[in-house]
Design a protein around this ligand. Structure first.
Ligand SMILES: [Zn+2]
Length: 394
């Protein structure tokens, strides 16, 4: 029976679903309202229609107009509940003009969202299709969800627990290259402003240059980043990171600038929070002010606050995916951390990240996924669902 299930995974259907989803551009509008060409809702409808065709009971919730979370469920909610969760949105296509024309070549599918993470969504559809057509009755409930806005503020997963069916465990098919990832860092953003005194630039001594103040902070941040790399690492996530990533300041060439602002990115380890990061940034800023009272600043934020994930390796869902991966590939376990943040910590139950494709290609102008990886990922999902929710003989 298990062999039949694994043989039932069809690579042509996987490719067809992925190509169809790449053709629906679901680019995240980031800070702008959704507008023509930003089609998370249309992709959500496509995805939910496929789930309904396979006998799932579907639902949706508009987090903001035009930006839905969609889901399907199968089986009663009395037993164990397992969620397969992905996101509808992708990053943009600047510098990637053919990103929306999916291309199948050398057993790879190319296009925006190919690996992050429409391939993951395609593996969900195929896994449900294989199970539905096998006639297996599940002992628990399977939920498949596709959420809005993972690539920005994660408003989809932050609102999901209030509006969608909850689970006991989750699998997110972000591109891990088939590594089983029970952990990842969080991401916190702060905005720092430095203030100066404007003056004619022919007499700079009469002003205080806010950009020079910011330069002192940036210098200090170099030391801070080194300090992070000397702290005790998390066993899977490694070290926390920090980098100054956006800067704005000054007005015109002939004026000593009286303001400058910096967006500061901090990748946090499990146990670190936006609050603990703020304390560290404040200490740094206060030290600069103590050595020079003309250093005036303001710290605003967090302007971004994404949680880290740290699911125990002995959690049932991690162990089940590991066992299924061994069965399907014959290989020993590969456990690691995803480099970026995901929706998982917002869901509120233990989750593991496991999916086809690599974060090396995600967000680039050369995004692709290997079809072989999609097939393996789907087979692992099928075995995991059967293991977590019921046996083939049941
Ligand atoms: Zn993603």
């Amino acid at each position: 029976m298990t062999t039949d299930l694994l043989d039932g995974v069809d690579r042509d259907r996987l490719v067809a679903d992925l190509v169809a989803m790449i053709a629906i551009p679901s680019i995240n509008p980031f800070d702008s309202p959704p507008r023509p060409g930003f089609r998370e809702r249309e992709l959500g409808e496509f995805f939910a229609d496929r789930l309904a065709e396979m006998g799932m009971e579907v639902g949706s919730h508009s987090v903001v107009p035009g930006r839905p979370n969609v889901w399907g469920s199968l089986g009663g909610s009395d037993g164990r509940r397992l969620m397969l969760c992905g996101h509808l949105d992708t990053v943009g296509i600047e510098g990637y003009p053919d990103g929306l024309a999916a291309r199948v070549e050398s057993d790879r599918v190319y296009g925006r969202g190919a690996c992050d993470m429409k391939a993951g969504l395609a593996t969900f559809l195929e896994a449900v299709r294989v199970l539905a057509s096998s006639g297996i009755s599940l002992g628990g409930q399977l939920i498949v969800a596709a959420l809005a806005d993972e690539e920005h503020q994660m408003i989809g997963s932050k609102s999901y627990p209030e509006h969608g069916p909850m689970a006991d465990f989750g699998i997110l098919a972000e591109p891990t290259g088939l590594t089983v990832a029970p952990a990842h860092k969080g991401q916190v953003g702060y905005l720092v402003r430095t203030f100066g005194t404007a003056a004619h630039s022919s007499r700079p001594e009469e002003g205080v240059n806010a950009i020079r103040s910011m330069a002192r902070l940036i210098e200090a941040l170099g030391g801070y980043a080194k300090d992070l790399s000397r702290r005790d690492p998390h066993p899977l996530c490694g070290h926390g990171r920090s980098s100054p990533n956006v800067i704005r300041g000054g007005t015109i060439l002939s004026t000593i600038p009286d303001h400058c602002e910096l967006e500061l990115d901090r990748r946090t380890l499990p146990g670190e929070t936006a609050g603990s990061v703020r304390v560290e940034f404040e200490a740094l800023l206060e030290e600069l002010q103590e050595t020079d009272p003309r250093f005036r600043y303001d710290l605003e934020g967090p302007i971004l606050d994404l949680q880290p994930l740290d699911t125990p390796i002995d959690s049932a869902v991690v162990q089940s995916v590991l066992a299924a991966r061994r069965d399907v590939t014959g290989q020993s376990d590969v456990i690691g951390a995803l480099t970026g943040a995901t929706d998982a910590p917002n869901l509120g139950f233990p989750c593991v990240i496991f999916g086809p494709g690599s974060t090396t290609q995600a967000h680039t102008a050369h995004e692709f996924v290997e079809v072989d990886q999609m097939v393996v990922a789907t087979r692992v999902l099928v075995l995991t669902i059967v293991d977590m929710l019921g046996s083939p003989e049941a």
